[in-house]
Structures are given as C-alpha cells and as structure tokens.
Design a protein. Sequence first.
Length: 296
Amino acid sequence: MSNELQLINLYCIICHHYNTRLVYDAQRTSNNFLPEFTDEECITIALWGLANRKYTCKDVFKFTKAYYAEWFPKMPNYKAFNNRCGYLADAIKTLASDLLSMLSDDTPCPTHLIDSMPIILAKQRRSGRAKVAPEMCAKGYCEAKQMYFYGVKLHALGESRYKTIPQPKQLLLTAVNVHDRKAAIEMLQDIYGIDLFADKAYIHKGWMDELRCNNRVNITTPVKLEKGQKELSYWDSVFSSAVSKVRQPIESFFNWLNETTQIQNACKVRSANGLVSFVFSRIAVACLILANIIDI
C-alpha cells in the first residue's frame, strides 16, 4: 500500500474511533467547540509523523508542513499544534487502549511474559532537579542502565509467539518508584489460566501462591540467592538461565518499541499532558504497525 493510501486509511480509522469513543475525552465547553483544524486531523498528523520517524512535536510539524500542507490546509502554527496535542492526551490514551485491545493472535499461547522499561525525562545529575509532571514522575534507579533517572515506567504483559516479539496484551504506565510486583497485581487481576515468566523482582511466595490458587496463573522466575548464599547451585543456575531465555523476547519487544518510536527519550516533555500524549501516541503507532495498518 502506498504512503498516501496508508495515510488515508489511518485518518479513516482515527475518525471511526473518535466518533465512537474519543470524542468524550475531547469535549469542549467553549464557543470554539468545532475548530477548523479538527482533532481527528491533529491525531492523524501526530501518529503519521511518528510512523515516519519524526520523534519530536516540532519535527512532526515541520514534516507535515513540508510534505502534506495541501492535505491539512487548516493546520495552525507550531505552538497551537503542540498545545492541541497536549489537550488531546486523554483521547490519544483511549485510542492506544482501543488499538491494543484489537490486536489478536490466531493461535493464542498460554505462555506470557511480563517486565518493565524506564521512560526517561532527566538523566543522572539532572534527575535530582527535575520537576516536570510531579504527579506522575519520580526519581529512581535503572539497574539495566546502571543510572539514576527521573521519569516513569512502562509495564508490559505480552503473549509469547514463535520466533518473534510477544503480542502485547496489557500496558501500564506508573511512576518509577512503583514496584514491578505492585503493577503486576493490577495487570493480572482479570487474567486466568496462563503460565507467566518474570524476573526476580516479581518473587513473592504468598502472592504467587494466591495467583496459582485463585487465577490459575503459574509464575516462573529465576532462582534468587538465599541470604548469605554466594552463588547458585549448578541446577539452580541452569534453571535460571532457561527462564531468562524464555523471558528474552519481552526485552526484545521493549528494544523494538524504543527503536521504532524512541519512547524512552522523553527529555523534551514539559507537562503531564505532554507526557501522556508522548507515551500513548507511541504505543498507538506500535499497535498500528503490529496490526499491519502502517508499514513505512
């Protein structure tokens, strides 16, 4: 499908979702409740720009003005466009949720994977002074990158697939200081009958036993060192390596998501609405790619 047809298809999809659900998140009480530059156009431009590897709002604006000005003749100046993207944050979040729920697999697999990734607004020394979106963000430590940062975490529950990245089933955004297990408790409330592979952060015998009894969710994690234990036994080490191999695709999913949308780099975000728009517009684009609606 050509780029022009993909853009038209994207606009039609967004119009459908907007008229059925998103409109309730974008209601206006002012006299300007029907702006010439529509919300549907704004969301389309934001997602199309991201799909074309334009990762900042300014780059999306410049790209659209340069190549699609005649398609969107009522597009305002950059400041107004940026403000509109922030205003539509809740609508974009709802759109991402709808698109995520539409992803399906013809051959469902009982094996699921869970993990989290950081979304960084400020790194290292700047992390102690950062104040953007304090109602959502906090300072924390990323063990994988071995650094302190200020931001949020994206938690993912995905269904394992053969020789490819997992199919995301649930995505949850939390402050960085929210423990992974606490996020998992929320994500697994209505999940039944799966085998779940997770890392050591999710180990909690009481919770794991409760899930096994009530939800029939069997959680498998690497073996954790006991207090005073310096190294694992040979068989525990082999088992942990096997679990890590099963878990590896969820890390590949996060790598793909970041390479495709640059979701981890949120250093230019300046507000809570901006952060919601930033994260969920990228999730929406990822869902459109996974559904083969966009193929740039």
